[in-house]
Ligand binder design. Structure first.
Ligand code: PHE
Length: 341
């Protein structure tokens, strides 16, 4: 029996010292010290021993158990240390390595122009308002004095949502005039930038979606002179002091009188060049005095109040400012294009 224990001692200590993982170690513990393990197997034979031998063998067995347990514990500790060392070595961070730079984006060129315009109008006490792109035809047309037979109401020009043509994608930001007036708070000084939609084929100067900025002032005693003075000031801020403008008579159903404003070509000074297509002038916006019928329809007394409004295309302005020759570039979001601004 002594020999059996000696054999177990040698075999177990050797196996434990050579063991390479915590799992293997646990398996060895079960193998040697478990309920059905080798030491238990030897102890079962104690019954065969004499009364004198039994306590001596018992002592030896206890010592063996203790030694195997100690060996297991030691091995477990050193394995743990090795594991930790390996882990630390594996996760070493070289703080001298260069960092990963994050690419940061920047504002879209068209929004640069929009922000510039917003700043100009905010400086003059205007409010910036926002409104729906899905609009009632009542607001997009009828309340703006654009009656049922007007060509812009055709299905070939406007995106409608319903068979009865009552809901559409707004074709202009002018319904924001009506929304602002219907709020009933006077006086009004507002601009309303936003997307508008028309059934146009895409080309270098057309897109079924583009942006407009609507502007409107309603107060007592407002005249066409205020409109001209304000818009001249805005244009000078955008295109530089001394920029020459002209106001051409035009027609819009919701303004009376109506006009279009041109600026003298800032490239050629009015002589005619590719930028102004040889005209010497560049059209920038439509404007006019808000029609008395529109005022009255929004509950404002045209004998007491008057006002002016304008609408301008934002893309065209950005294209002029950044010398962009194709409208599609503004919407395609090609990073190679956008990175240039
Ligand atoms: N809504 C007009 C257009 O889209 C522009 C405009 C706005 C004209 C306000 C007069 C007053 O062409």
């Amino acid at each position: 029996m002594k020999e059996l224990m000696q054999g177990l001692r040698e075999a177990s200590i050797k196996a434990i010292s050579e063991c390479g993982s915590i799992e293997e170690l646990e398996a060895l513990r079960v193998k040697y010290l478990g309920k059905k393990g080798e030491l238990t197997g030897i102890l079962r034979q104690m019954g065969k021993l004499s009364a004198e031998e039994r306590p001596i063998m018992g002592q030896l067995a206890n010592k063996l158990r203790e030694d195997i347990e100690n060996a297991l514990e030691e091995s477990k500790n050193s394995l743990g240390e090795k594991l930790m060392e390996a882990k630390l070595a594996d996760e070493t961070i070289d703080v001298t390595l260069p960092g990963v730079a994050h690419k940061s984006g920047h504002k879209h060129p068209m929004y640069n122009v929009l922000d510039q315009i917003k700043d100009i109008f905010i400086g003059m006490g205007f409010e910036i308002v926002d409104g729906p792109e899905v609009e009632l035809s009542d607001y997009n047309f009828t309340k703006l004095n654009i009656d049922g037979g007007h060509p812009s109401r055709e299905w070939t020009d406007t995106f409608y949502f319903t068979e009865d043509s009552k809901i559409c994608l707004r074709t202009q930001t002018s319904p924001m005039q009506v929304h602002a007036m219907e709020k009933g708070v006077l006086p009004i000084r507002m601009i309303a930038p936003g997307r508008v939609y028309r059934k146009d084929e895409v080309d270098a100067t057309h897109s079924p979606m583009f942006h407009q900025i609507e502007g409107m002032v309603i107060d007592k005693g407002v005249t066409m002179a205020d409109l001209k003075a304000t818009l001249n000031l805005v244009v000078e801020k955008i295109y530089g002091e001394g920029t020459v403008t002209r106001f051409r008579p035009h027609h819009f159903p919701f303004t009376e009188p109506s006009c279009e404003m041109d600026i003298q070509c800032h490239k050629c000074g009015g002589k005619g060049c590719p930028t102004c297509k040889g005209e010497g002038w560049i059209e920038v916006l439509g404007a006019g005095m808000v029609h008395p019928k529109v005022l009255a329809g929004c509950g404002i007394d045209p004998d007491e109040y008057s006002g002016w409004a304008f609408g301008m295309g934002l893309e065209r302005l950005a294209m002029g400012e950044y010398k962009i020759n194709d409208l599609r570039l503004i919407f395609e979001n090609d990073i190679r294009f956008l990175e240039q601004f």
